[in-house]
Design a protein around this ligand. Structure first.
Ligand code: UTP
Length: 595
């Protein structure tokens, strides 16, 4: 036991308590370390022994938990915070002396031989790629009362995001003969729900040892420039999310990154909790990493200048290696104006910015990644964003905290790691479910991506239709209708499961000719082949070949009949407690064909 000493009279009750044997050795050591970091306020004016002792111990536990989940412990957090807060107070511009230039780009926003080649290369590397799913976010904008991974990406068969991701991993494992690992980052908010969902669904067919769960923890808020940890009240820390950059820390501190490398994995593919499109583009992106030797490859989209999405720029600074980084759009324009472009971010001949939009889908090569993590101790590019209450920039409007973003990893590069960007068509690679219906409708009205449950489902079917077109099927879209202010194409609603096709070449190999139109529904699963199959409006065709079998459908016309039907929810249904929330966030339901 390390005795806690202090001559401060306000700490008398605490020191008596600490030295009475009430503290574990770890708690005692931490208290001494915190006092050494000038955190006396945490222990000041404690109640005398016997009053609120349980609260005191819970408080010490919360400090210990925060200490253990941060590399270097709370003293390191406090020191990092002081340094970053001093910079923020001084108004240090992180881009000082930098000139933005276009990053190294591979443009796969249109299909063709280059796309196919990238996909084929990616398929060769798939067995050496682990999937990292960051799923610790609160989803405040969506306001859904459960974990986002449990929301169905489509409501024809109601496949949840987690089930969809797992189905890709199962199909990829089967194809490559290698168990593809799934690493899921959870948080306090999402951990129990994620575990429950995996358990209730028998891991969605994945083996126990195929899944690694890494739980991110909250970090203490800071009340001033001296990084005093903020208290809600006596014995109660204010804790806040640290950000999705925690995934890098956890992959390092848990030993997961090193284990995967030892098992022969070469790439990590980072995906988000609600993006049903990601595996359309993943293989081609991995292929680009392999062909171009990218250590860090951002899947990105074309972006119009001024669009409220971060732009990826190569920052050139004399005497420093170039740094390819996401620059928030409200920082990019002023930086351009102050350096190379007096007009700011201007469109190219196609109307796009030179700086593609970041969507936080990353392919990272494992070997250099591990070196970067080792050198940084796993803490990647923290920043702090205090809202100052005074002109002297010394007091905060509310407590701040250190944050970290996963896309900022290149800030920790130092050995000439190669960064690049692969551009895909937006709805092909990214259509997230982030916004509640009202906010999504406002975005749609402003011609921005709605990023709602309905727009995500709409794009899921759109990608299915796109794949059929690429295979030479004639696809005629049904009318677009506005459902609660968000455009929704009535059909064909096409679901091609990963067990049916992982690549565009798979789709071409399994579909020959045929046609589909209007509000028809098509679902293909397993080793199924369609040769000159015509699916009429109002028809449903579901072809699922069980494992180990092949189903070939030739020269068939499917007429209108009992079919999946889309119904808009009435206002009464929208407010009814009987309507499931995953439907309320869409504004419609799809009913199956009558048996
Ligand atoms: P989002 O931008 O969607 O943020 O995160 P969010 O926190 O989930 O939603 P809002 O902002 O509260 O509405 C992008 C991805 O990063 C994950 C999310 O789960 C999502 O997959 N994330 C975000 C984490 O894993 N941890 C975090 O601390 C934050």
């Amino acid at each position: 036991m390390i005795p806690v000493t202090s001559t401060d009279p306000r700490l008398e009750a605490f020191t008596t308590f600490a030295n009475s044997g009430a503290l574990t050795e770890a708690q005692s050591t931490l208290c001494a370390a915190l006092l050494a970091e000038n955190q006396h306020h945490l222990f000041a004016d404690w109640d005398p022994a016997g009053t609120r002792d349980a609260d005191k111990l819970a408080f010490l536990d919360s400090l210990l938990q925060a200490d253990q989940s941060y590399p270097g412990g709370l003293p390191a957090y406090i020191r990092n915070a002081r340094h970053l807060l001093a910079e923020a107070s001084a108004g240090t511009n992180p881009f000082d002396g930098c000139t933005p230039a276009q990053p190294d780009i591979v443009d796969l926003s249109t299909f063709g031989p280059e796309y196919d080649k990238a996909e084929a290369t990616g398929l060769e590397c798939l067995g050496q790629t682990a999937i990292v799913l960051v799923a610790g976010g609160l989803g405040e904008r969506l306001g859904y009362h459960g974990i986002k991974l449990d929301i169905p990406v489509e409501t024809t068969e109601s496949t949840t995001y987690l089930a969809h991701y797992a189905s890709f991993i199962r199909a990829a494992s089967k194809r490559t003969g290698r168990r593809i690992p799934l690493i899921i980052m959870t948080s306090r908010d999402t951990h129990p729900g994620t575990i429950a969902s995996l358990k209730a669904n028998a891991n969605f067919g994945l083996a126990d040892d195929q899944i690694t769960i890494l739980r991110q923890e909250l970090v203490p808020a800071l009340s001033d420039l001296d990084a005093h940890l903020a208290l809600e009240e006596k014995y109660n820390l204010i804790l806040k999310p640290h950000g999705h950059g925690d995934i890098h820390t956890l992959l390092h501190t848990s030993g997961t990154a090193a284990r995967l490398a030892a098992e022969g994995f070469r790439y990590l593919m980072f995906i988000q909790d609600t993006n049903g499109q990601v595996f359309n583009a993943a293989l081609a992106a991995i292929g680009v990493s392999e062909a171009r030797g990218y250590d860090f490859n951002s899947i990105a989209v074309n972006r119009v200048p001024g669009e409220a999405v971060g732009g990826i720029a190569r920052l050139v600074k004399p005497g420093h290696p170039d740094l390819t980084l996401n620059v928030e759009y409200n920082q990019l324009d002023p930086l351009l104006r102050a350096t190379v472009s007096p007009e700011g971010d201007v469109p190219d001949a196609r109307g796009y910015s030179l700086f593609p939009g970041n969507i936080n889908l990353l392919v990272i090569r494992l070997a250099p990644y591990i070196k970067v993590l080792e050198a940084s101790g796993g803490i990647v590019a923290e920043f702090v964003n205090p809202k100052f209450a005074d002109a002297s920039r010394t007091t905060f409007k509310k407590p701040a905290r250190l944050e970290t973003l996963m896309q900022d990893l290149p800030k920790s590069f130092s050995s000439g790691e190669k960064t690049g960007v692969t551009i895909f068509d937006r709805t092909w690679c990214f259509s997230a479910c982030k916004n509640n219906l009202a906010d999504a409708a406002a975005k749609a009205a402003a011609n921005s991506p709605a990023e709602s449950a309905s727009s995500a489902e709409n794009d899921f079917y759109l990608a299915g239709r796109q794949k059929l077109r690429m295979a030479g099927m004639t696809v005629t879209d049904g009318p677009v209708r506005s459902i609660r202010g968000i455009p929704f194409t009535t059909g064909p609603r096409v679901i091609l499961r990963p067990s049916f096709a992982l690549t565009l070449q798979d789709v071409r190999d399994r579909i020959t000719g045929g046609a589909i139109s209007g509000n028809a529904t098509l679902i293909l699963e397993g080793d199924t082949r369609l040769e000159h199959v015509v699916i009429k409006p109002g028809a449903t065709f579901v072809a699922k070949a069980p494992e180990g079998t092949q189903a070939i459908h030739t020269n068939t016309t499917i007429p209108a009949g009992a079919t999946y039907t889309l119904h808009e929810l009435t206002d009464a249904e929208m407010s009814s407690p009987d309507t499931p929330e995953f439907l309320k966030i869409r504004g419609y339901r799809i009913t199956p064909p009558a048996a």
